[in-house]
Design a protein around this ligand. Structure first.
Ligand SMILES: [Mn+2]
Length: 322
């Protein structure tokens, strides 16, 4: 009977899916050509995301997602500074020291980290030619290395169209199927699949509607642009669209909610010449959230709408003051 490999990956994320496809291609080429691979998308949540995960296959891998403190998770690749939660798991990583666990918080993407890690040491593996482009795009998308907001939101090439498709609320089944396709073919070949034609056209049409909605939504508070979507549950954060439509802003703040949670995101315009006055992570931490210097967020429970509105008003007031 064929052996089974389960690959856990950061779901609905361009880097997460590319990492899973890349690792699947490696495993088939180097470890076991006959292996059956089951890709499983993982999402962040309060508590341990591996709580109800059965490590019952013949081998297990986790890519672009936080550390699982179980040596049955034999392969692990991640680049998130927040990979060890709680932080005490770092001790397990250091103690067990598996040669098949790789962590580099400076890596722009996990796919790039996998390519580099498996090129070195005992493996000497080179990604197949058809995945080279995907690895380059994972670095670019995950680290937001774009020259302009126009470039960041463009849907000009397969990588960006597929990244937008992934971000449009895909189901775990859809992303698993996508990973399987990408483990055998290039982004251009996957993007051209007839199964995706209608959905990719929808992504483009929705982008046009979204631009209009975000244009109407923005409200200025000094040099802070605010997108309050508390009134439209399920609506997404404008992300880079906000900087495209309001290029003179220093900060963008967006407020969104779903049936399960409320999210306030704050960011520094990556394409402004102005100098930021605040640290986003430090600011958000004071309201129960966190993040980095240039991007941060506060996540609240769905029933905390009053608190969320108050937090939004306070954050905006602080950011707008000099
Ligand atoms: Mn990543």
């Amino acid at each position: 009977m064929a052996r089974l490999l389960k690959v856990y990956f950061h779901d609905a994320c361009f880097d997460g899916t590319t990492s899973a496809a890349l690792f699947a291609a490696f495993y088939r080429q180097v470890v076991d050509p006959q292996v059956v691979i089951e890709p499983i998308g993982m999402t962040h949540k309060d508590g341990n995301p591996f709580d109800n995960v059965a490590l019952d296959a013949d081998d297990h891998a986790c890519v672009d997602f936080r550390f699982c403190a179980d040596t049955r998770m034999r392969w692990w690749f991640d680049h998130h500074p927040t990979a060890f939660q709680p932080a005490s798991l770092r001790a397990v990583f250091e103690r067990e020291h598996l040669p098949t666990w790789f962590f580099d918080p400076r890596a722009p993407s996990c796919a790039g980290l996998i390519a580099r890690a498996l090129a070195g040491g005992d493996w000497g593996w080179r990604p197949p030619e058809y995945l080279a482009d995907a690895v380059v795009w994972a670095d670019k998308i995950d680290a937001a290395q774009f020259r302009s907001a126009e470039e960041a939101i463009a849907l000009a090439v397969p990588a960006q169209r597929l990244a937008a498709w992934l971000a449009h609320g895909r189901s775990p089944g859809e992303t698993a199927r996508y990973v399987e396709w990408l483990s055998h073919a290039s982004l251009a070949e996957v993007e051209a699949r007839p199964e995706l034609r209608r959905e990719l056209a929808e992504v483009e049409a929705e982008r046009a509607r979204e631009l209009e909605a975000v244009r109407r939504l923005g409200v200025w508070h000094g040099d802070v642009i605010v997108f309050d979507r508390f009134g439209e549950p399920g609506a997404r954060s404008p992300g880079f669209l906000g900087y495209l439509l309001f290029p003179t802003c220093l900060y963008a703040v967006s407020a969104t909610r779903t049936s399960s949670s409320i999210k306030i995101s704050v960011g520094v315009n990556p394409w402004t010449a102005a100098v930021r006055r605040h640290d986003m992570g430090e600011l958000c931490a004071r309201y129960g959230g966190g993040g980095h210097a240039v991007v941060g967020g506060v996540t609240l429970r769905a029933e905390e709408l009053d608190r969320a509105r108050d937090t939004l008003a306070r954050l905006v007031r602080e950011l707008a003051s000099s």
